[in-house]
Ligand binder design. Sequence first.
Ligand code: TRP
Length: 453
Amino acid sequence: MSKRGNWNSRIGFILAASGSAVGLGNIWRFPYTAGKNGGAAFLLIYLAAILVIALPVLLAEAALGRATGRNPVGAFKAIAPRGLWKGVGYLGVATGFMILSYYAVIAGWTLGYFVKAVRGEFSRLAAAGTDAATASRQAFESFGASPWLQISLLVVFLGLTVFVVSRGVSGGIERWSKLLMPMLLGLLFLLMIRSLTLDGAARGLEFYLKPDFSAIRPSVIIAAMGQAFFSLSLGMGTMITYGSYVEKGENLPASAGWIAFCDTLIAVMAGFIIFPAVFSQGMNPAEGPGLVFNILPVIFAKIPLGQLFGALFFLLLAIAALTSTISVLEVPVAYFIDERSWPRRKAAWIVGGICLVMGVPAALSQGSVGFLSELPLVKMDFLSLWDLIWGNLSLSIGALFIALFVGWVWKSGNALLEITRGSERFRLAFFWVIAIRYVAPALILVILLSKIL
Ligand code: TRP
């Protein structure tokens, strides 16, 4: 296992896994998904899904990875050499390709917005007066509809990701996560204060915190559960892969708890930034993937030193996205290294190249190409469709099978032996077993079926 590389420090796994978990999922995807799905009702279901479904699955993935020391395909093969279970690993590898292909497009936006901030474009919104929100939305629309810009940003971001991954896990991935989280947290705090003190912020708080239970439909529950998996990087084997680099002595339950706590804290804070501002500016919380990129520049236009803070924020967000894309790319790369004996560098560049080609339709779906921007039948843009299929459904299906596999095939008793190495007094063992064998699989299945039936 040492040949594959391990995390360097005792808290290496917490750092790297939090780096994977905290990303655009928290700051871009969570607010716009909550906005589309009724606000407070969504938040409530999301928090419940984290606690009852996602957290047990996170522990299961990490234990499976550490016990086998393999990529997702190898991990399933190691425990069930025959049969179809390794198919779950293959689904994970495939999902990694697909998620990376569109996630990197949004990540490219953070770079684009970093440049806009540096050039002082946000402060010019303030000059537009009361209509800063409209001006910001128009700027985003023309940004999204610039095909070459979108593709260039995708190329740059994927290139950065491939570069880091090609240099290996401990050298590349871990280092980034250390400084970033506290800085990002500090900046988010600042933005939260500004947003909460805007005129009309109270209506945003009401939307975010006062649940309208009549808004809860199956699609809302599916969205909340999918968001829980997406935000914690679950359901495709990222945490199996990262778990495979963990030392035996490390306390997995404590690590899982910390990761889920940091990740949820940052998402909830993002909501406290976005919704007060959205309502104070008379914007529509349900407007979709552009929501955060429309509203943040308006906030920066309204704070002292907005140009500096804006630039810093988008830079930090880009780095947070990078520690996430790294973890997505690492899944297929670890597969090709372990199972196909490819050199790391070759695996990283080839997978990255394929993701680039597959990311082009997503990059062109924000207004550049009419057909991709409003697909017939589904009536959504290509990026949103991909996010629904891969970022939500595929992860939920993957998590379902991971829970069933760990609970019933590997068996929760064996998993517990692994979990309790480094955590002899794991008091919640009983609850974890119930959750992974019964509660999580049953809920995921019912929730997925509720949409179809
Ligand atoms: N969790 C990350 C975010 O919130 C994205 C991410 C990284 C991810 N690895 C993943 C999502 C694996 C799903 C599966 O931005």
